[in-house]
Design a protein around this ligand. Structure first.
Ligand code: MYA
Ligand code: JJ1
Length: 383
């Protein structure tokens, strides 16, 4: 049983869902006006990502306590600049960047965040919050602090008259709308083997492995970084492309697109191909930078990973486009390129020599039931 999740407006694990819509309908009057009660040693705070010391506190909590792989060999290391980008899109609310401090020491021991987003579910745009970076300090685990953080963010979102959320997690909860797999493309073979990210196949030498995974030095197509001038046509391309998927974001303004796709060093990379005569964007790849701390390795401290974000191909195959993304990632010194089996991504895994990972990513909606989706019907990537 799920003591907490059983009380929430989410489908039960074995519900068979045939129609789409909200699970419950509430109004502002139903929403509690005071913050949830924390145990007396703790207090609620709002974190301001524009203050470098507060941003650094979030960074440090996550650096030491956030998501690890199943064997506790790697832990995500989201940089402060990345967190600022992820938490401050147009229309963000500081009141949704929620921390829990120890009253006496002022130490940050819990965090959860929300950002506003419009998500289309089977074509219908729904105003939602995207929840991410839920984290409880390792020393305070399994004390039911996570449900309090989740209820407090829910309350603050509800107070803004928003009743649905989207989130992803590596764990299975009631009830995934889709179960997706991570796939990985090796770039720096030797290092990946040395840190235990990949195993050298039994009958293979390092030299033949390096040869197998060789990547060109130059891109095959004339792609260059996205500029502000490209944004209106890129937004149109993206919007048209995303409308094919059963769950996908709506980038409502040029400002949104520029926020999410402007190249920011060590955060996000976005390259486009522009038609010479019409000046319209016809193709684009993007990936974000999410390194992991390598836990307890004498030789290497961090694994540099690029994560596939949004890719749209119209004048070349998706395989060729992502092939060029791999060229860019190699040039930028990444060790590995990671990708979910969302979108049409499964169509290029074999040709581009991806291998399946040992991690799943479950997609969830809060207070919205809709039939279970295949991973290829998902058009949403959360950070
Ligand atoms: S996913 C990333 C989550 N973070 C990590 O994995 C980092 C490392 N782990 C930790 O920091 C802790 O283990 C966490 C749990 C904080 C995850 N999502 O306090 P507890 C349920 C939702 O005793 P702890 C991301 O950020 C668990 O099933 N629920 O446990 C998206 C149990 O409930 P139940 C989770 O280990 C987050 C209860 O918590 C998760 O100390 C989306 C136990 O609580 C999880 N990842 O802390 C959040 N893990 O008894 C939901 C465990 O019922 C948002 N649990 O089984 C919902 C929408 C809200 C907004 C709505 C607005 C309309
Ligand atoms: O990165 C992941 N797995 C890797 C490393 C495994 C280390 C041992 N557990 C992996 N490697 C094998 C593939 C290899 C690739 C190169 C070529 C040869 C083969 O499988 C996994 C994903 O697969 N990552 C995680 O488990 C991290 C957590 C994922 C859940 C994220 C939840 C985020 C929530 C945000 O809201």
């Amino acid at each position: 049983g799920h003591e907490f999740w059983d009380t929430q407006p989410v489908p039960k694990i074995d519900d068979k869902i045939v129609e789409s819509g909200p699970i419950e309908n509430k109004t502002l009057e139903d929403v509690r006006k005071e913050p949830l009660t924390l145990p007396p040693a703790f207090e609620w705070i709002e974190l301001d990502c524009n203050k470098s010391d507060e941003l650094k506190e979030i960074y440090t909590l996550l650096y030491e306590n956030y998501v690890e792989d199943d064997d506790n060999m790697f832990r995500f290391d989201y940089s402060p600049e990345f967190l600022k980008w992820a938490l401050q899109p147009p229309g963000f609310l500081k009141e949704w960047h929620i921390g829990v401090r120890v009253v006496e020491s002022k130490k940050l021991v819990g965090f959860i965040s929300g950002i506003p987003a419009t998500i289309r579910v089977e074509g219908k745009p729904i105003t939602m919050v995207e929840i991410n970076f839920l984290c409880v300090h390792k020393k305070l685990r399994e004390k039911r602090l996570a449900p309090v953080l989740i209820k407090e963010v829910t309350r603050r979102v509800n107070l803004r008259n928003i009743w649905q959320a989207a989130y992803t997690a590596g764990v299975v909860l009631p009830k995934p709308v889709a179960i997706c797999k991570y796939w990985h493309r090796s770039i720096k073979q030797q290092k990946l083997v040395e840190v235990g990210f990949s195993a050298l196949p039994p009958k293979m030498s390092m030299a033949s492995m390096v040869k197998l995974y060789r990547i060109n030095d130059e891109m095959k197509h004339p792609l260059r970084p996205l500029t502000k001038e490209d944004v209106p046509s890129f937004r149109a391309l993206l919007d048209e492309y995303l409308s094919k998927y059963k769950i996908a974001p709506e980038f409502a303004t040029d400002e949104d697109v520029w926020h999410w796709f402007e190249t920011r060093k060590d955060v996000i990379t976005c390259y486009v191909k522009v038609d010479e005569t019409t000046k319209k964007v016809t193709d684009a790849f993007s990936f974000y930078n999410l390194p992991s701390t390598i836990i307890g390795n004498a030789k290497h401290n961090t694994l540099k990973a690029a994560f596939s974000f949004y890719n749209v191909a119209t004048t070349m195959s998706l395989t060729e486009l992502v092939g060029d993304a791999l060229v860019a990632a190699k040039k930028m010194d990444y060790d590995v390129y990671n990708c979910l089996d969302v979108f049409e991504n499964s169509t290029f895994f074999k040709d581009l020599k991806f291998a399946i990972g040992d991690g799943d990513l479950q997609y969830y909606l809060y207070n919205y039931s809709t039939p279970t989706k295949k991973s290829s019907e998902i058009g949403l990537v959360l950070l």
